[in-house]
Design a protein around this ligand. Structure first.
Ligand code: SAM
Length: 279
């Protein structure tokens, strides 16, 4: 039996059976592997780290798309940084909004995911509201004169070209690219194994935004317990939860993880994560 060994964390690794290999190659930015696993379905791996899987992608994409959109209420222009697998785009497009701009560094990821992971991206990249830009997300938010109600940072872990997406100057440029009252949300790793991600983002958010915090959800392929999602805004306070209209909209969404109860509960942080944020 062939297998894929992920060694993202020092000393605690995961191994996935490869029942069928669909793509193995490299772009100018990273190595790219797509394979089938009996439990997780098709799996996307970039630079030897699991990015998303057919079986559990719904949890991550629903929590980083629907929770902020319903928590903000006035979302019309969305920017997704990263997100080349199309899963975030597909969830965001379930909402009545004007445009979703995706700034993805690597065109090969989009191409390979459209071909080998259609169950994740669906027809999202063909939606007329989608504006796909191939480029570095950090440079984009530094230079753009466009303004957004919501910025979703759907990045890999802070390594290689994604490292810059976890720094204070990037978050400061996201703040610049937000409309008044706009909201930034981020993929912030698994605090149990990646404590520096939450700690670093918390420090940067505290320096840049009036309201900020984290919420959590468990995603099997990102092993080690809760995944943390960062949020920050000089307008909305996401932790206030949903109003009646938001609860109504949540109940009308086609989702398999997110719902209005999960929305409220996601902000209940375990003490060890609270302590990390305050450290
Ligand atoms: N759900 C995954 C996670 O939580 O790790 C992220 C998946 S998505 C495939 C991550 C995407 O970010 C990749 O396609 C990668 O090419 C892209 N990316 C990495 N660095 C980037 C940058 N500086 N600007 C824009 N996209 C970037």
């Amino acid at each position: 039996m062939t297998r894929f060994d992920e060694r993202l964390h020092a000393g605690a690794w995961q191994s996935l059976e490869i029942s069928r290999e669909l793509f193995r190659g490299a772009s100018e930015y990273q190595s790219i592997l797509v394979f089938e696993n009996p439990l997780l379905g098709r799996v996307l791996v970039l630079d030897d780290v699991v990015q998303t899987t057919e079986a559990d992608e719904f949890i991550y994409h629903e929590m980083l798309a629907h929770l902020p959109i319903l928590g903000h209420t006035e979302v019309s222009e969305v920017l997704i940084i990263g997100g080349g697998d199309g899963g975030m785009l597909e969830e965001v497009l379930k909402h009545p909004l004007a445009r979703v701009t995706v700034v993805e560094l690597d065109a090969c990821v989009v191409e390979i995911c459209r071909e080998h992971l259609p169950s994740i991206c669906g027809a999202a990249f063909d939606d007329p509201r989608n504006d796909l830009i191939i480029g570095d997300g950090a440079a984009y938010v530094a230079d753009t004169d466009r303004r957004f109600d919501l910025i979703i940072v759907d990045s890999p872990d802070p390594m290689g070209p994604a490292k810059i997406l976890f720094g204070q100057s990037f978050y400061a440029n996201c703040r610049r690219a937000l409309r008044d009252g706009g909201l930034l949300v981020t993929q912030n790793g698994v605090p149990f194994f990646q404590s520096n991600e939450v700690r670093g983002s918390a420090r940067a958010f505290a320096n840049l935004f009036r309201n900020w915090g984290f919420y959590v959800a468990p995603i099997p392929a990102y092993y080690g317990g809760h995944m943390a999602f960062g949020w920050a805004s000089n307008g909305v306070d996401l932790a206030l939860g949903l109003d009646d209209f938001g609860r109504k909209r949540a109940s009308s969404l086609d989702t398999r993880y997110y719902n209005s109860d999960v929305h409220e509960a996601a902000f209940a942080l375990p003490t060890y994560i609270r302590d990390l944020i305050d450290s």
